[in-house]
Ligand binder design. Structure first.
Ligand code: ATP
Length: 262
């Protein structure tokens, strides 16, 4: 592709003591793409997300997003640059309401100043109202509006996962990282999730990088897929190329990689 990638990871990696959890990781994602990141357990997928979001600082290589180098930036700075994520184990503010969970994401980016909020100036209230309206719009898209005053931890599991994505989106990302969004979902919820990801990508002109063990989901919606094994990139390509890639088949020996005809 001719235009510059939105995200470029160049030979990135991290070592914990003697263990190279990820090494020589290369990845390029262009604006608007929906890319999968797969690999067996312990392959380094979540560690890669942690490198992209500033949870870990790479001990090797470079991460460049939208023209700026991310190495060493704090997670909140990276969020402000336009990368949001969800987590493998849902991390909601479990004691807060559904609506407040989404509003929090806006507050972290809101334009009104701390001073106006302390002095309770009219601009603060205008800001609050706008934030609430925007948060409600997201709840509508995710069909969570009727749960708006429910405490997050009381939502059914599949809805909690949707709420986590809504909250990540509310931060207005250019790139959305989803860490096993279908984990724990039943087939019907997974199917709805696939449709939702396709919808929000179009609606918000998002670029999406998705870690997922559900091969039907990955093969069904991703244009390209990267495969990690033992912290190394072993393959990249279209779903068809990945299905028949010898190294991928070997890495997944005994597991199902071919059931992806969604
Ligand atoms: N903070 C850390 N300290 C030490 N080792 C770590 C740390 N974080 C990750 N690792 C190790 O890095 C390797 C990759 O782990 P990671 O969680 O990224 O794998 P994964 O591909 O996401 O696996 P899964 O599919 O099981 O979630 C593992 O061996 C893990 O134990």
């Amino acid at each position: 592709m001719a235009n510059k990638p939105l995200l470029q990871v160049k030979d990135a990696g991290i070592q914990f003591g003697g263990l190279k959890a990820v090494s020589g990781f290369n990845l390029e994602i262009h604006q608007g793409e929906l890319i999968g990141l797969i690999g067996p357990n312990g392959a380094g997928k979540t560690t890669s997300f942690n490198l992209l979001t500033g949870v870990y600082v790479p001990t090797e290589g470079d991460i460049v997003f939208d023209g700026s180098r991310l190495n060493g930036l704090a997670p909140y700075q990276i969020t402000r640059k336009g990368i949001s994520r969800t987590f493998q184990n849902i991390r909601l503010f479990s004691e807060m309401t559904v609506l407040d969970n989404v509003k929090v994401a806006y507050h972290s980016l809101a334009k009104h100043s701390m001073l106006s909020s302390m002095l309770r100036l009219s601009s603060h209230f205008a800001g609050e109202k706008e934030i609430e309206e925007k948060a409600l719009q997201f709840l509508r898209i995710f069909q969570l509006e009727s749960y708006r005053d429910e405490i997050a931890k009381n939502l059914p599991y599949g809805q909690q996962r949707r709420l986590e994505i809504a909250r990540a989106l509310a931060a207005g990302p250019k790139l959305l990282l989803l860490d096993e969004p279908a984990a724990g979902m039943n087939p019907q919820e997974t199917h709805q999730l696939m449709e939702l990801i396709a919808f929000i990508r179009k609606e918000f002109q998002l670029t999406v990088l998705l870690i997922e063990h559900d091969m039907k989901l990955v093969m069904g919606i991703c244009e390209r897929i990267y495969v990690l094994d033992h912290g190394q990139l072993i393959a990249q390509g279209t779903p068809d190329e990945i299905r028949s890639h010898p190294k991928v088949i070997e890495a997944y020996l005994g597991e199902e990689v071919t059931s992806g005809d969604a």
